[in-house]
Design a protein around this ligand. Structure first.
Ligand SMILES: [Zn+2]
Length: 256
C-alpha cells in the first residue's frame, strides 16, 4: 500500500488540482467542503462512532492532515463540522478532541432523541411506499448479518436505521436533527454504558417497521418509545452516588 506524501505543510496543489471533481450540492449552502474534506469528515465521524477514537482523544490538525495528505485548512473544516454536531470539542489553544458529554447532557440528548423520533414515526405511519418498506426490511437484515460478527459495524448499522427512518419523512430539518442527535447518543453510550449493551434490538426495529406498514401511528410511537427507553435502560449506567470522583468512573469506561 503506498502512502500519501507527508506534505501537510506544503501547498497541496498535487492533490487538489482544479480538474479534481467537486460535487456541488444544489441549493444555497454554507461553503461546501471539497470531496476530500467530506471524506475526512466521514472517516473521522465513523472512527468516533465505531469507538476507534475514544471520548477525549486528541485530534491534531497537522497529524490528521499528514495522514490524509491534505492541508490543515481542510482538516479544520471537517473538525468544525463535527463540532457543530457535538462529536468534537474545539478549545482555543488546546485544539480539537473527541467530545465528552457530561452525564447531565447525556440525559438531555436522550430526551430530545425520544421526542424527535416520536415525531418521525407519527409522520411515517401508513405513508411508506412498498420500496421504502422493502428498504427498511433489507436494512434490518443487514443488521442481523453484522450482529455478533462485527461489533462496531453492528452498532453503526443499528444507528443508521434511525437515520434512514428520519430521512424517509422527506423533511430535511427533521433528518438533520435526528442525524445529529443519534450520533451524539452513540458517543454518550461509549462513555456511560456497559460494554456491548448499547445496541438496538433488531426485532424491535422489525416491530417498528410492522407498525408503520400497518399505518398504526399510536402503536408505532409506543414501540419506538419502548425501544429507545430499552436501549437506555440496558446500556446506561449512572455514575454511582457512592463514588464522588467522576473522572474515576469515566476512566473505567475509557481505558479499553
Ligand atoms: Zn434502534
Amino acid at each position: 500500500m503506498t502512502r500519501a506524501p507527508r506534505s501537510a505543510k506544503t501547498t497541496p496543489t498535487a492533490k487538489t488540482t482544479p480538474s479534481a471533481k467537486i460535487v456541488r450540492l444544489t441549493g444555497p449552502r454554507v461553503p461546501a467542503p471539497a470531496d476530500r474534506g467530506t471524506a475526512i469528515y466521514a472517516a473521522l465521524r465513523r472512527a468516533i462512532i465505531e469507538q476507534a477514537l475514544k471520548p477525549g482523544a486528541k485530534l491534531p490538525e497537522d497529524a490528521i492532515g499528514a495522514n490524509f495528505g491534505v492541508s490543515r485548512t481542510i482538516v479544520r473544516t471537517a473538525l468544525r463540522q463535527l463540532a457543530a454536531e457535538g462529536l468534537v470539542e474545539i478549545r482555543r489553544n488546546r485544539g480539537a478532541s473527541v467530545a465528552r458529554p457530561s452525564w447531565e447532557e447525556a440525559g438531555d440528548i436522550f430526551a430530545i432523541r425520544l421526542a424527535l423520533e416520536r415525531l418521525v414515526v407519527e409522520r411515517l405511519a401508513g405513508r411508506l411506499g412498498p420500496d421504502q418498506v422493502a428498504r427498511l426490511k433489507e436494512h434490518a437484515a443487514r443488521e442481523d448479518g453484522a450482529r455478533g460478527v462485527n461489533e462496531p459495524q453492528s452498532v453503526r448499522l443499528a444507528t443508521e436505521f434511525h437515520v434512514l427512518l428520519a430521512e424517509m419523512t422527506g423533511s430535511e430539518v427533521l433528518a438533520r436533527y435526528v442525524g445529529e442527535v443519534v450520533w451524539r447518543c452513540g458517543l454518550t453510550l461509549t462513555l456511560y454504558s456497559r460494554p456491548h449493551s448499547s445496541e438496538c434490538g433488531v426485532n424491535e426495529h422489525r416491530e417498528i417497521i410492522a407498525a408503520l406498514e400497518a399505518g398504526d401511528a399510536a402503536r408505532a410511537v409506543a414501540v419506538m418509545d419502548a425501544h429507545l427507553s430499552g436501549v437506555v435502560a440496558r446500556a446506561l449506567i449512572a455514575p454511582s452516588p457512592k463514588t464522588t470522583d467522576l473522572s474515576d468512573i469515566l476512566r473505567r469506561y475509557t481505558e479499553e
